[in-house]
Design a protein around this ligand. Structure first.
Ligand code: GLN
Length: 458
């Protein structure tokens, strides 16, 4: 049934890059066989999911929504996707995303943007599903997939979840292996689940998480039973409300939903405490130095030799073309405008003359931001804030202004820089009928605290 729904919705949503109905059916058949044989079933037995097209899948195209990997078929499987198959899940297909996960609207995909299933009341204008995990958010929100994987470098699970009225959690950095996930900014990249509700996220995260010796930053810690421990009773818990997030000119609906969230957590027994996260305003500039710096380094591997696309200069000049010409032609044809912009920023901030002024400075800011959080967590157990400063915007409304697009990440990037678990849960609609999300940020390794508070809001 999900296979049919996916195929039917594809023209309207463009949520998938590749459909793999046979994989979903194979997994279902395997579960039936296991059940008949009396074998124990996995956590995700028979659940058909969407896989963000950033996770390498053996024998199935893995494009990162780029031309440079446009026809790349990996001979290996990412650790996280393998864990999901081992838990009994099946693959509906590979989900569209912003190219190399760079973006907040899905408009940087080389395969056409994803279209959100949501509309403003009384309008036909197509809305952005958020990004970069916009195929994931659109598919789960449209109910054509019960759940999907996402990745979050600076908000790419949380912001699309908020834009489409679903739940998504970015676990503590290191919980989910990065092995086999196309790298964007390695010190920030984290995989996580996107699903209809908090419980489904907890179940799926248990299947995705766990130590992996193939990822040098993988956490060597047991995976807790988050689902079995879910508890929306917050008596004895303290919830921090960061003053710095209440910015001038904040959307009135976002401010209202935040206040409602505070009231719900109080009802659940929590004590509300105002906190300071003093360096918040430097998080976004630091992120947009560190992430492009790491990206420019990670993307150096796409040289036309080892993976994917290889291009040569036009015919007349091709005679005698050297290695440099091939690199240039391949990368010019293979990378979209936003990816090229990030590579330029990244190589600039890492260049000899500017390294200290930008990159070193940004790393210092990153430390200050982490310290702000650690200080706050001396007093509070979990932090509540909006996921994004606005509801979804329309497709095309922001593309011409990359800075305005970057600003949409303002509430998402601090937790990324600090490597903290953070979740977005749906929290109501704005006056135009679009979903708004609330974000819960927890102590390192305390996904449970984040999930529990999310449950109290949901
Ligand atoms: N919007 C952010 C960016 O463009 C976040 C991306 C992400 O988390 N992958 O960098």
């Amino acid at each position: 049934a999900f296979n049919a729904a996916v195929a039917e919705a594809q023209p309207a949503l463009n949520a998938f890059i590749t459909l793999t109905p046979e994989k979903a059916l194979e997994a279902a058949a395997a579960v039936d066989a296991d059940r008949a044989a009396g074998k124990a079933l996995g956590k995700m037995a028979g659940v058909p999911i969407g896989m963000k097209d950033l996770f390498a899948t053996t024998g199935t195209k893995t494009t990162a929504a780029s031309n440079i990997l446009g026809t790349f078929v990996p001979p290996y499987e990412s650790t996280v996707s393998q864990k999901l198959w081992d838990a009994g899940a099946g693959m509906l297909g590979k989900l569209n995303l912003d190219q190399f996960a760079m973006g907040s609207s899905n408009e940087t995909s080389a395969f056409g943007n994803v279209i959100s299933p949501w509309r403003r009341e009384g309008s036909d204008a197509q809305m952005a599903p958020g990004g970069s995990s916009g195929g994931s958010s659109a598919a789960v929100s449209a109910r054509i997939a019960p759940a999907a994987t996402g990745t979050d470098t600076g908000g790419s699970i949380r912001q699309p979840a908020a834009f489409t009225g679903i739940s998504g959690i970015k676990p503590t950095y290191g919980r989910c292996s990065r092995w086999g996930i196309v790298a964007f900014a390695s010190s920030l990249d984290q995989a996580g689940p996107m699903a209809r509700d908090v419980r489904d996220c907890a179940i799926m995260l248990e299947a995705m998480a766990g130590f992996d010796p193939k990822d040098s930053t993988s956490l060597d810690m047991p995976v807790p039973e988050w689902e079995a421990s879910l508890n929306a009773d917050l008596r004895g818990k303290k919830v921090g409300i960061p003053r710095e997030y209440r910015m001038d000119g904040m959307d009135a609906d976002v401010a209202r939903v935040w206040d409602e969230g505070i009231a719900w957590l109080k009802d659940a027994g929590a004590e509300i405490v105002d906190i300071n996260l003093a360096h918040t305003k430097y998080a976004l500039p630091a992120y947009y130095i560190i992430a492009p710096a790491e990206a420019s380094s990670n993307l150096a591997r796409y040289d036309g030799v080892r993976y994917g696309l290889r291009d040569l200069p036009p015919k007349e000049s091709a005679r005698g073309a050297g290695l440099q010409d091939m690199y240039a032609a391949t990368r010019a044809a293979g990378f979209g405008a936003e990816v090229r912009r990030r590579i330029l920023i990244g190589t600039y901030v890492l260049s000899a003359g500017f390294y200290d002024a930008y990159y070193t400075q940004a790393q210092k800011v990153r430390t200050l931001i982490s310290r702000d959080f650690m200080d706050a967590f001396q007093t509070v157990d979990v932090i509540l804030a909006p996921t994004a400063p606005t509801a979804a915007f329309g497709l095309g409304e922001m593309v011409s202004d990359p800075l305005a697009m970057y600003l949409n990440d303002v509430f998402a990037v601090p937790a990324s820089l600090a490597g903290l678990p953070a979740m977005s849960v749906p929290a109501g609609l704005d006056r135009q009928g679009l979903p708004l999300g609330l974000q819960l940020i927890g102590r390192p390794f305390d996904e449970q605290g984040v999930l529990d508070a999310g449950l109290a809001i949901e």
